[in-house]
Design a protein around this ligand. Structure first.
Ligand SMILES: O=C[C@H](O)COP(=O)(O)O
Ligand SMILES: CC(=O)C(=O)O
Length: 210
């Protein structure tokens, strides 16, 4: 079952992939609507809450058809299948196993696996993945690591994620192998952990200008 998208289209949708973790379906729908209204078109909803699959289904049903809603924290083939059937157009994982690689390719589902070392990047590339997440970016070597990788894996494009801030993002996005960064900073929360919608909209608009 193909989603009709590929990871290249996800990478082209804007300079930032917001990494989103919600504790309810309602919060997911309302916050993603705020992001959409601010101009965001790509959404990575992580599978870190028992309602996460329901969150994806509800956001897919609510947002207009040009929203590219994906699933993050896809750790195994069962989650991959659940997210795909909930309507997620792509999947993201912090790492990559042989089983996940085979499941993504067998199901023809756009998949962005995570790597943190040169050998992991070589392995993922050898398995056919040209678009990789670099996670956790700031602690695994930062922009300097990706600059070095460009020399030996020039065909691979990266989405660094983990510790990225609006201040650090430009140092990644100026690299020839980094068209997009990921991060959770886009979502502002108030004192009781609820989404601060005006501040979130402001952060999303600023991120789109990076
Ligand atoms: O779990 C981490 C997320 O992938 C994003 O990292 P971040 O919160 O440092 O932006
Ligand atoms: C961190 C990450 O890559 C994920 O949750 O998918």
């Amino acid at each position: 079952m193909s989603s009709g998208f590929d990871i290249e289209a996800v990478f082209a949708a804007g300079p930032v992939i917001p990494v989103l973790s919600f504790s309810s379906v309602g919060e997911a729908v309302e916050t993603c609507q705020t992001l959409y209204d601010a101009g965001m078109r790509v959404f990575e909803i992580t599978l870190r809450h028992p309602t996460a699959i329901a969150q994806i289904r509800a956001v897919v049903d609510t947002l207009p058809g040009d929203a590219i809603v994906g699933a993050g924290t896809v750790m195994n083939a069962a989650l991959l299948s659940d997210a795909q059937h909930a309507g997620a157009k792509f999947g993201v994982s912090p790492g990559l196993t042989a089983n996940l690689a085979e499941s993504a390719q067998t199901s023809n589902w756009p998949f962005l696996p995570g790597v943190a070392t040169v050998s992991e990047a070589m392995q993922a590339h050898a398995w056919g993945f040209d678009f990789l997440k670099f996670f956790p970016a700031e602690t695994a070597g930062g922009a300097g690591f990706l600059k070095s990788l460009y020399a030996v894996l020039p065909d691979v494009r990266f989405c660094p994620t983990g510790g990225i801030t609006p201040e650090k993002a430009p140092g990644y996005l100026e690299l020839g192998n980094v068209p997009v960064v990921g991060g959770s900073w886009i979502i502002a929360r108030n004192d009781v952990g609820r989404t601060d919608h005006p501040e979130t909209a402001a952060r999303a608009k600023a991120a789109l200008l990076l």
